[in-house]
Structure formats: structure tokens, C-alpha cells
Design a protein. Structure first.
Length: 96
């Protein structure tokens, strides 16, 4: 088994764990964290696929996509957490 296959399987596993968590979790925060795990797994798969022949020469386009994905992931997580906080405060007002 080559290192590429091991890293690819690890990326698929991380993505799968995140997807199961996103589909099965009831808590909003857990869903956000599970989706974040999905994006990490997808980025990992992009990086694994970026390596080509001869060994050691990466394709720069997938690396740029992963860096852009990290920025988008951080900002989307911040927006999701702000929405969760707002929903929590609205639910607390409704209970009073």
C-alpha cells in the first residue's frame, strides 16, 4: 500500500466521519463542527491528489484551492456560530 493510498483513505475517512456527524447530530454546534470536519477531509483529498509524477512535484492549483477553502471555512464557521448564538438568545427570550 503506497503512502498516497493511505493518505487518500485517511482523507475519505475524515470526510465520512464528518458527514455522518452532520447528518446524525441533533445539536447545532456539533453539526457545525462536523461540517468543518468534512471540509478538512475534502481539503486533505485535494492535497493528496495534487501530487503527481515525478514524485515531489506538486500541482499548485489544488494547493491554492485548499488555501482559499480554509479562508472560506473559517468565515463560514464564524457566521454559523453567530447564527447559533442568535438562535439561542431568541429561544431564551421565547421561554420567558
Amino acid at each position: 500500500m503506497t503512502p498516497d493510498m493511505i493518505y487518500g483513505a485517511a482523507g475519505i475517512a475524515v470526510f465520512g466521519i464528518g458527514l455522518v456527524g452532520a447528518l446524525c447530530a441533533q445539536d447545532r454546534l456539533r453539526r457545525v463542527l462536523a461540517l468543518k470536519l468534512c471540509s478538512v477531509g475534502a481539503g486533505f483529498l485535494l492535497l493528496v491528489g495534487a501530487w503527481r509524477e515525478p514524485p515531489g512535484t506538486p500541482d499548485p492549483v489544488p494547493h491554492a484551492l485548499v488555501i482559499t477553502g480554509i479562508v472560506v471555512m473559517v468565515s463560514a464557521t464564524a457566521v454559523a456560530l453567530a447564527l447559533i448564538r442568535r438562535l439561542h438568545s431568541l429561544e431564551a427570550e421565547d421561554e420567558r
